[in-house]
Design a binder for this molecule. Structure first.
Ligand code: SAH
Length: 448
């Protein structure tokens, strides 16, 4: 589920492990008014000179396929050095316009393309148009009693390197390139005009955080506009109330990308004893409880995430099925827990395995697959015959085919039989429009 973050970390060759990122404990702390940042208004400053760029034939082919990235090594000519956030205009061999994008001298993704085929004025209205299109595609979520979703999914929604998540009236922008800083004021204004948000928070990907703070005085988790953010922002997902910590929580505070998989778990949970491993703040657990699971156990290494899971249960006690469901939280290592439970004959009817990302680069793919297989093996060790296995992967490097095959082979080796219920990919608010954008896959299967 951290594929998007991972992608950037990986490409920027950032050294800290993403797994570690997901082990960082949540620290709840409200943003104070005096921490608020006032963004410089670049829209009124002198326009910068665009950089004219030529690229290799391979890169040109990729642009024609509308791939949103131009790598540093693909640039064969540039008119002048340029600064982060300048617009780069890419021309083909016949000096015809190919695309234009944001220049980033600090990244190996040197240009993130905003506009293909025909030139456009990149101004506030242009950004408003992109955000409006993305919003239109997510409007149906309202009918599902959902006001927590990813409004803007970077390249996949046409704004490469920019994510906007919504938690009810709190909006969170996350940027993955310093090139975006110059445009934040416009984005802020667009969001204010379109949504009249209560608060707007900025999150910075780790590889740019230091630079953005030094050069622009913007720190990760700062309030850009509006009211100070309460330490726990409440929002609705399919009618359930959850809390998010947009300031210091994982991603922008919640794993919004698992909404549809959680709803599937709800449909499958009736009467079952459910184990949710790598539970974070109990997303899957709540849905299982509403689906009338007998009992739910949430396991995670992070005690603060489990405290949050418990609070998430309390927010929903008006739902009778949740009120009567026995929910237990266990702080600990997933692998150790599964081994221990198997030894103690601990068995469940539905086991959810949604671990952090395992493969950070090409060389780790095999090890990642082996880890998924180990998890399948351990998961089956605690799954009753005829029980349901829900196993997810957010490692973009591990293909869906390899992932499903790894599970299938493991089940077979254990002498058990798999009946596939569903394979799922990306939800509505995390669309994919280029190969590297794809990361999420999840198998639902009955195992006899
Ligand atoms: N399923 C969750 C998201 C999981 S994120 C949801 O729907 O929201 C991955 C979680 O795995 C994080 O909460 C992290 O704390 C936890 N984690 C990472 N390594 C772990 C380990 N070895 N044992 C148990 N939990 C672990």
């Amino acid at each position: 589920m951290f594929g998007y973050d991972l992608l950037y970390d990986k490409l920027e060759m950032f050294k800290t492990s993403v797994e570690q990122d997901h082990l960082i404990f949540l620290q709840f702390s409200p943003i104070m008014e005096d921490m608020k940042t006032t963004l410089p208004d670049y829209s009124t400053s002198q326009p910068k000179r665009n950089i004219a760029v030529r690229v290799t034939a391979t890169a040109e082919t990729m642009i024609r396929k509308r791939h949103p990235w131009i790598f540093d090594h693909s640039i064969t000519h540039q008119s002048h050095a340029g600064e982060a956030g300048d617009l780069a205009v890419i021309f083909d061999a016949n000096r015809k316009f190919l695309a234009l994008g944001l220049w980033d001298p600090d990244s190996i993704i040197r240009i993130r393309i905003l506009q293909f085929v025909k030139p456009a004025e990149i101004d506030k209205d242009w950004f408003a148009g992109k955000i409006q299109v993305a919003y239109e595609q997510r409007k149906s979520l309202q009918a599902q009693n959902t006001d927590g979703y990813r409004l803007m999914f970077g390249e996949n929604d046409g704004l490469p390197g920019l994510v906007i998540d919504r938690y009810a009236t709190v909006f969170v922008i996350k940027i993955y390139s310093t090139a975006w800083v110059r445009y934040l004021k416009w984005i802020e204004e667009c969001l204010q005009e379109m949504f009249n948000y209560a608060s707007l928070v900025i999150r910075l990907s780790r590889n740019i955080a230091q630079k953005v703070e030094l050069e622009y005085g913007i720190t990760d988790g700062k309030l850009l506009d509006g009211l100070p953010v309460e330490e726990r922002v409440l929002f609705r997902e399919n009618g359930l109330t959850f809390e998010a910590d947009p300031i210091q929580g994982h991603k922008t505070g919640f794993y919004l990308d698992q909404r549809e998989n959680r709803a599937r778990v709800e449909q499958l949970a009736y009467g079952k004893s459910v184990l949710n491993v790598f539970s974070y703040n109990g997303g899957f657990s709540l849905y299982a409880a509403r689906g009338k699971a007998k009992a739910v156990t949430s396991v995670d290494l992070n005690p603060l995430a489990l405290e949050s899971a418990q609070r998430n249960f309390t927010y929903n006690l008006d739902v009778p099925a949740i009120k009567v469901c026995r929910h237990e939280t266990l702080v600990g290592d997933a692998f150790e827990y599964l081994q221990m439970a198997a030894r103690n004959q601990g068995k469940f009817d539905l086991v959810i395995l949604d671990p952090p990302m395992f493969a950070q680069n090409q060389s780790q793919i095999e090890r990642a697959i082996a880890t998924y297989q180990k998890l399948t093996r351990l998961g089956l060790g605690v799954l009753n015959p005829g029980g349901v296995l829900v196993q997810a992967s957010c490692s973009s490097r591990v293909s869906a085919t390899a992932f499903y095959e790894a599970i299938g082979v493991t089940v077979q080796r254990m002498g058990r039989k798999l009946y596939e219920i569903e394979r799922s990919g990306h939800p509505l608010d995390h669309p994919v429009n280029f190969p590297e954008g794809e990361y999420l896959k999840c198998l639902f299967a009955r195992i006899d």
